[in-house]
Design a protein around this ligand. Structure first.
Ligand SMILES: NC(=O)c1ccc[n+]([C@@H]2O[C@H](COP(=O)([O-])OP(=O)(O)OC[C@H]3O[C@@H](n4cnc5c(N)ncnc54)[C@H](O)[C@@H]3O)[C@@H](O)[C@H]2O)c1
Length: 466
């Protein structure tokens, strides 16, 4: 079985399946197709499959021209028909792994995808899970479903875990040139999975078990979460000390060894950093161990939107204004710069907290001109559609405050500083602007003194508190 599959991978006669055609699955499907395989993309979303079949793309990092070319060449098909998986020799799974309302792993998508594969499995097939998950998932959740069908893993079928590391919007690193970790259930499983990914990814890093591969991803994302939590706390520390946090970080980053730069901000977002560490925390709770670093980082990071709103409230107060009734423009609602993804975005929390205090909030985001409440979080309630405003001189001038939540590259920060009255900059996006009309308040310690002098008799705006 193994030799046959290896030979089909090597001569590209293997058919490769990708289950879940989202941010992770579609770029991967394109790489396999470009490597010369026939690729079947299976997704439960009719809308996604229809769009891809028309040669369009719903993922910012995948040009529609790539999809159209692969469809036209007959190398890529997208379908909602799970029986198509029966035609595949190797299948990668990239379905969502969200958290439940109680912040426990929600394994429904992985289970459903595994069941679909198991129903269509045949001897000689390889299945690789890519979704971020807790250590033990491949062995405990996936393997039994194949065994139930009478298939022996490592002999009849091959099973592995290979974490996806895609970084949406990253201009330098994409699927092909980001090294890929692979861990199989057996040595034979690792061997065939390595062969599959070597066909389209430059560097493969084999590890000894599926658990090791699962934990690699969780270490990477926990590392980010903990370090972001650390710099967010540093921002709070700097504010209390009256020190400019950005200056401290930039200077520390000149150390050529032993320091890695992370920057503070309004909180963490996206499908990975806020969620993945909880998968590990949950797993360790089942082993009666409390993951203290994960819990603390999560606590600090999730408090940041409230820190930002408190800062807005203090800055408005300095202008003798209340949050209640103020018109506030939130600039950037995506969870990070230069992408159109607002899942778990801290901007949603900032908007909600401001509106709870009675503010009139509008947004501007070149990547997200409009969105509907509740589409990107579990908030429920009224699903109001929000249409973004243009950053005209009149719009900026009429706002009581402008809050920079996401520092998209294409926004004219000089114009914001020139035309607004008050700017709360949570990303240091205005650092390179020259002084304008606005009083600019930084997340921690205003880098420049207030332009509009004394406010309400308070020394706050003139000192480093910002
Ligand atoms: N987005 C990222 O930057 C990123 C980075 C690294 C890892 N990951 C991980 O990769 C996994 C996928 O994330 P994503 O961002 O691509 O998700 P996504 O929501 O963009 O895409 C998932 C796709 O899977 C489909 N799907 C759901 N259930 C299915 C099923 N049973 N069968 C077939 N298709 C199904 C959905 O319709 C959707 O199109 C997650 O575990 C995530 O944590 C994401």
């Amino acid at each position: 079985m193994k030799a046959q599959l290896l030979s089909r991978i090597n001569d590209r006669s293997a058919t490769v399946g990708v289950v879940g055609l989202g941010y992770v699955g579609l770029p991967l499907a394109m790489e396999f197709a470009k490597a010369g395989f026939h690729v079947i993309g299976y997704d439960v979303s009719e809308r996604v499959c229809k769009l891809l079949t028309r040669g369009e793309s719903h993922i910012q990092d995948v040009p529609a021209s790539d999809v159209a070319a692969m469809v036209k060449a007959g190398r890529f098909e997208a379908t909602t028909d799970e029986s198509a998986l029966g035609r595949c020799d190797a299948i990668s799974i990239a379905v969502p792994t969200p958290l439940s309302k109680t912040r426990d792993p929600d394994m429904r998508f992985v289970q459903a995808a595994t069941e679909a594969i198991a129903r269509n499995a045949h001897p000689g097939m390889l299945a690789v899970l890519e979704s971020t998950t807790y250590p033990g998932t491949t062995r405990e959740v996936m393997q039994p479903k194949l065994v139930e069908r009478g298939l022996t893993v490592g002999k009849d079928v091959f099973l592995a875990f290979s974490p996806e590391r895609v970084d949406p919007g990253n201009p330098k690193y994409h699927t092909k040139n980001t090294p890929k970790v692979v861990g199989g259930m057996t040595a034979a499983c690792t061997e065939v999975a390595v062969a599959l990914y070597s066909s389209c990814i430059d560097t493969i890093v084999p590890v000894s078990t599926t658990e090791a591969a699962e934990l690699v991803k969780l270490l990477e994302n926990t590392f980010r979460s903990v370090n972001i939590g650390l710099v967010n706390e540093m921002a709070i520390i700097c504010e209390k000390l009256g020190v400019n946090v950005w200056e401290v970080i930039e200077a520390a980053a000149t150390k050529p060894f032993g320091f890695m730069k992370f920057t503070p901000g309004p909180g963490i977002g996206g499908h990975c950093i806020p969620l993945d560490p909880h998968y590990l925390a949950w797993k360790m709770r089942t082993l009666n161990y409390k993951t203290r670093f994960i819990d603390l980082a999560s606590e600090i990071n999730s408090e940041m939107p409230a820190v930002v709103v408190e800062k807005i409230s203090i800055a408005l107060n300095d202008d003798r204004k209340a949050v209640n009734g103020s018109r506030i423009i939130v600039v950037g609602v995506a969870y990070k710069k230069d992408i159109d993804d607002m899942r778990e975005s801290p901007a949603l929390d900032v908007i909600r907290l401001l509106e709870e205090r009675g503010a009139e909030v509008v947004h501007h985001d070149p990547f997200i001109p409009r969105f509907r409440d509740g589409d990107h979080d579990e908030s429920g309630g009224e699903r109001r559609e929000r249409i973004g405003v243009d950053l005209t001189a009149a719009e900026l001038g009429n706002a009581d405050a402008v809050v920079i939540v996401t520092d998209h590259s294409q926004i004219d920060y000089q114009q914001i500083v020139d035309d607004a009255v008050l700017v709360i900059d949570t990303r240091n996006a205005t650092a390179k602007t020259s002084r304008g009309r606005a009083r600019v308040v930084s997340l921690a310690a205003d880098p420049r003194p207030a332009a509009s002098a004394v406010v309400g008799g308070s020394t706050r705006a003139k000192t480093a508190v910002g």
